[in-house]
Design a protein around this ligand. Sequence first.
Ligand code: A2P
Length: 285
Amino acid sequence: MNLTAESHRVPLSDGNSIPLLGLGTYADPQKTPKGSCLESVKIAIDTGYRHIDGAFVYYNEHEVGQAIREKIAEGKIKREDIFYCGKLWNTCHPPELVRPTLEKTLKILQLDYVDLYIIELPMAFKPGDVIYPKDENGKFIYHETDLCATWEVECHPYFTQPKLLEFCRQHDIVIVGYSPLGTSRDETWVNVSSPPLLKDPVLNAIGKKYNKTAAQVALRFNVQRGVVVIPKSFNPQRIRQNFQIFDFSLTDKEMKEIEALNKNVRYVELLMWRDHPEYPFSDEY
Ligand code: A2P
């Protein structure tokens, strides 16, 4: 497959297609100035990104919608050029809540449709307006639900997911890998005992050869093997850097060297919810 900045979509079985590179938009709402998401999505669209990954629970979905709408109004893009993925939060798993919750998201975005709507996490919380419901002892209040598969999986050179990837290839399922750069290393939900991915000597050495960063090599590795990546960045230089991955390619030997970095260790462990009956990360996939 010849991947270019203008053409890097992979087909989906419903006739649609998904760009292999998307912009992630999760940033800690407490630490992120209002408007950074808006600016970042606009810069990303100007850079050539056509896939934006967002969620109700990121508290900035209105900014994503505004950025897309502004770029449409400017004539830079049409709505159908953009692939937007939204997410159903844990408190809205009961089937009767799915449609109204999606409608709420559309209202927030002020868009007519989303291109993909996934279950954020397969762990239901008590339905209601409280996003992180807790009891009087500060314990999260869970909710029983039918476990539905979620197609979003952490995926990067330290967690290459060979078994899952093979299963998905056999069944024509496209994987979207979150945290393809090894996360923001937020200690509240990330396992920071695993070394930082972007400091990896192999990724850096390969990057040096192509005049690329370890981040660009990590992203290229996944798109080259057909895994969609959604690196978050609200930094203009890094938003652009992460898009410059279509002007070089890794040799088969380099792809194998990167595959061999796999440690089968997740960064995103979400240990605060490990007692949830549907906690998904105890099983091997
Ligand atoms: P920043 O927004 O300051 O660029 P996620 O795991 O949600 O995709 O987050 C990726 C993390 O990596 C963010 O903290 C982001 O911070 C950072 N990041 C994004 N692009 C790069 C890059 N090219 N080099 C180094 N860090 C990056």
